[in-house]
Design a protein around this ligand. Structure first.
Ligand code: ZN
Length: 138
């Protein structure tokens, strides 16, 4: 399979790894939005959040927490943005599931013009309740 992140996970393509175990690898993004911008991926290939094995996802999530804490401790980030996209329309470019840890620093000048900084009008409460009923799954 011609997958960039599989090649990074296997070491076929070199990367600036900051963490690795049997299932998960974390490395610095080659096109960072900010200092310390990292990616956390499962070593096994899964396309997106719909496909990933739940047990693997748990391992990725724990690693993600540790990476975020490490970035904060070592680089003194003031905050960390977590970003993960599924599907082209959502902005996914590499189709091997990955989680971005984007350190934010006071006055770093970064602008995320998407959901993160958007201020929406307050939703209608009854519509929210109806939608929640439709989406409930436990
Ligand atoms: Zn892959």
């Amino acid at each position: 399979m011609d997958c960039l992140f599989c090649k990074i996970a296997s070491g076929e393509i070199d990367s600036a790894k900051i963490y690795e175990d049997n299932d998960v690898v974390a490395f610095l993004d080659a096109f960072p939005f900010s200092k310390g911008h990292s990616l956390v991926i499962p070593k096994k290939h899964f396309t997106d959040i719909h496909e990933i094995d739940s047990e693997v996802l748990k391992k990725v999530a724990v690693t993600f927490k540790n990476v975020a804490t490490r970035i904060k401790d070592v680089l003194g980030a003031d905050g960390i943005r977590i970003s993960q996209s599924n599907g082209t329309v959502a902005g996914q470019v590499v189709f091997h599931i990955h989680f971005h840890a984007i350190p934010r620093y006071e006055n770093d000048g970064l602008h995320f013009d998407e959901i993160g900084n958007k201020r929406s009008p307050k939703a209608d409460e009854s519509e929210l309740k109806q939608l929640a009923e439709k989406l409930k799954f436990n």
